[in-house]
Design a protein around this ligand. Sequence first.
Ligand SMILES: Nc1ncnc2c1ncn2[C@@H]1O[C@H](COP(=O)(O)OP(=O)(O)OP(=O)(O)O)[C@@H](O)[C@H]1O
Ligand SMILES: [Mg+2]
Length: 318
Amino acid sequence: MYSVFIEHWPYDDPGQQEVVLSSKQDIKGIHISKTLGPQEYAELWDSIHVPNDLKESLLCQSLLNFTLRPKVSRTVIPLHGVILLVGEPGTGKTSLAKGLASKTAGLMHSKKLAYLEVEPHSLSGSALGKSQKAVTELFGQTIAEYAQGGPTFVLLDEVETLIVARSKLSLEANPIDVHRATDAALVQLDHLGDEYPNLLIVATSNFSQAIDSAFVSRSDAVVTVPLPDKAACKAILSDALTGLAKTFPKVRDLVSHRDLGDVAENCVGMDGRQIRKMIAVGCTFSRETAADPNKLTISDLRRAAEKSLKEKKRMAAA
Ligand SMILES: Nc1ncnc2c1ncn2[C@@H]1O[C@H](COP(=O)(O)OP(=O)(O)OP(=O)(O)O)[C@@H](O)[C@H]1O
Ligand SMILES: [Mg+2]
């Protein structure tokens, strides 16, 4: 058993007692718990190049959660306080979710928000009924206690590992337990949706077919984060090169190179993670450049883009 102690929480409503929740022990299933301000993950938010309307609609969805849910009955609009971000691996979902938490904190009068990150892997157990119990405790007790204290933002990364599609369960490895854990999570989400309008859960997944459809149905918004288009590829390259140039100043010449657009064109089809890593790949074509990345050239980048894309296609075909 764990215990949560109420100490101090800076809450928007001056009529409310100011309390912050902290734990003397690690809380099962929670990887990070803290009070978040507007700056903490702002850089992550800015680092992700997606169409502007995607960021704006995420922000509006988050804002609406805290303005509408406390005031409008769920019989009128059945919001659950859940946003689901889906998309291929490496497209910036986790970064956007964290950034959204900071942006949301910036929208609060107090500029503070309770922030929790769930660690889904720690909830599964080999004993029958263990996962179900852990999931019930996490949602029904831990998250509920935080949400009672004031506005709370929960990041549920890789949600498909926790809320597994029941229709796709094979008869291997304790399927009854997994089935029950999914059932428990859904029941608890309904309860949280009913009782805690100050709570927003942002879930991410790069394997949306594996998420239970009842969870998708409970999501107030399902947002697909796309692979970067040519303009976004160029922005990611410029960003990463500018960052590298802080340590290796000659790299800055590549940011304004007239052929950078061609390299960006060769990056279309890659995800953002791959594009950033590709710059490191460009430094591996000679010992001289590996020893001193100031020597990185536009041809290295072109070659790296071709190599990375070829590798991606080969993996996809395998
Ligand atoms: N659209 C993008 N613009 C800029 N950088 C990006 C973009 N997409 C991904 N990245 C970079 O790729 C890395 C991985 O991002 P992140 O972990 O947020 O992706 P993810 O979608 O959560 O991946 P996964 O599905 O594998 O968990 C980060 O360094 C991030 O900055
Ligand atoms: Mg992620």
